[in-house]
Structure formats: C-alpha cells, structure tokens
Design a protein around this ligand. Structure first.
Ligand code: PEP
Ligand code: MN
Length: 265
C-alpha cells in the first residue's frame, strides 16, 4: 500500500512554500474554529504569526452536528482567510466537505482538511487525490488505524502524495472530555506509515485547560505538528468550540514551552 512504511521507508516531508511538514520538523497550525469576519481572522493571524506558528487554521464550511447550528460563512470566509494568511506570512488550512467545493478551497487555501465526519466520504477522498494541494486527513472518531490508513490510501491512489494524518480524538465511554485523544495513534501510525502525523488536542479533549498538557504529550510522543484552536474572544465565538479554544496569551506561552521540547521549524 502507498501509505505503508514498506512501500516508502523514508518519512514523507511535505514542503509548502518552504515550510516543511514531516521528518524532524514540528509545525504549528493555529486559529479559530470558524472564520467569522475579516477583522477576526486578520487579528488572529497576527497573533499566530507573532507566537511563532506557521499555518493559520479556520473553517469556512463547518460540519455541524445539528442542521440549525451556524454552518460557516462559506466562500467569503476562504477569501478572508487567504488575505489574512498572505498579509501575515502564514500558510492556511481549511476544511472541505464536498467534492464540488474542492476546487474553490484549493484555489484559496494551502492545505485542505478533511474532518472526522468525512473520513470515509470516498467521493471526497477520490476528488482530493486529483489536486496538487496537500491534504490533512482527520481520523474518524470511531475509525481504527487500518480504516484511517485506508482512507489516506484513497487520496494517495488518486495521485496526490501529500497527505498528513491527524489524530483528533476518538469516542470512548468517557464523557468528561469531548473525545479521548489517542496518543498511541501517533507512534503507531508513524510505524505503519511514512506520512506526517499531526495531533489536534483541541477537538481531542474539548477542554481548554487540557490543550497545553496534551500538546506537550503529543510532541513527546513524536507528533510532527499540532493543530490548535485559538480565539480572541472564545466566549463569543460562533461555534461551540470556544470552550476548547486557547486565549492568545495561552497559545503564545504554549509555543514558547514547545520550543524547549522540539524546535519549531
Ligand atoms: C475543526 O477542525 O474545527 C473540526 C470540525 O474538526 P473535527 O472534524 O476533528 O471535528
Ligand atoms: Mn472546531
């Protein structure tokens, strides 16, 4: 299989405009759950950059559990985020939910994200195999490692070699946390596959106070990067994810601490 270590013994290192993801590099992606306004994403981009992050995250299309929840600002959000990224010298990552929107998302963002709910949306994965932008594939919250790697295989088999795997927490019997961040996934996936492994301690815990320790634990476990939610006004964010979003000063302090564990490059 294309995703396997047997097929490709060396770590895959994805180079996006000079930012290297994979191997010994640690990449930090930060930003709001959802793009809300040009001012919001511009200010958060500035803070991500100042803290030392390399990638701005933000959803323009949001996969909400209920149909009456805020669904994202759509294509306008892609434009707002692209401008903020360019202005502050950050790469951008955004979620794409349907094959029809892959091309427009690829036009505006540097990395396309597949959410946990779409890990086995095979039409979407097949379409992502045909583009020349890297894809961050999130693990389905009930997916085994084998199912996860098979989902990545769909993208690779289509001809797109630039796939990163993202552990974002799985469903367990525990209700204190939103999900259970499966730290073992990091070394296991790295042993089975050559693809970079990114950890998402925000969705992985659903609790702001756990983001710092689980970020550090993820880096200690060998993660190639982190994707972290950060918001200037989490209590008034437009998705429910304010409770797991770091305040800007927490984000900056975390990155300072992480520099001591592994150089952020
Ligand atoms: C997100 O990144 O905001 C998101 C919806 O993530 P997940 O698909 O992991 O729930
Ligand atoms: Mn979110």
């Amino acid at each position: 299989k294309l995703a396997s270590r047997e097929f490709h013994p060396e770590d895959t290192v994805i180079d996006i405009k000079g930012v290297k993801i994979g191997g010994d590099n640690l990449v930090i992606m930060g930003g709001p759950c959802a793009v809300e306004s040009p001012e919001q994403i511009d200010e958060i981009a500035r803070l991500v950059k100042n803290a030392g992050g390399q990638v701005l995250r933000g959803g323009a299309f949001k996969p909400r559990t209920g149909p009456y929840s805020f669904q994202g600002v759509g294509v306008e959000g892609l434009i707002m985020m692209a401008e903020a990224g360019k202005k502050h010298g950050l790469l951008t990552i955004t979620e794409v939910m349907t094959p029809e929107y892959v091309d427009v998302c690829a036009e505006y963002a540097d990395i396309l994200q597949v959410g946990t709910r779409n890990m086995q949306n095979f039409d979407l994965l097949r379409k992502l195999g045909t583009i020349n932008k890297p894809v961050l594939l999130k693990r389905g919250f009930s997916a085994t490692y084998d199912e996860f790697l098979n989902a990545a295989e769909y993208i690779l088999a289509g001809g797109n070699p630039n796939v990163m795997l993202c552990e974002r927490g799985i469903r367990t019997f525990e209700t204190y946390t939103r999900n259970t961040l499966d730290l073992s996934a990091i070394p296991v996936l790295q042993s089975l596959s050559h693809l970079p492994v990114i950890s998402d301690p925000s969705h992985g815990t659903g609790r702001r106070e756990l983001v710092e320790p689980m970020s550090k634990a993820s880096v200690a476990a060998g993660a190639n990067g982190l994707i972290i939610e950060m918001h200037t006004d989490p209590d008034n964010s437009m998705t429910g994810d304010g409770v797991q979003s770091l305040f800007p000063d927490q984000f900056a302090n975390l990155l300072k601490d992480l520099e001591k564990l592994a150089p952020i490059v």
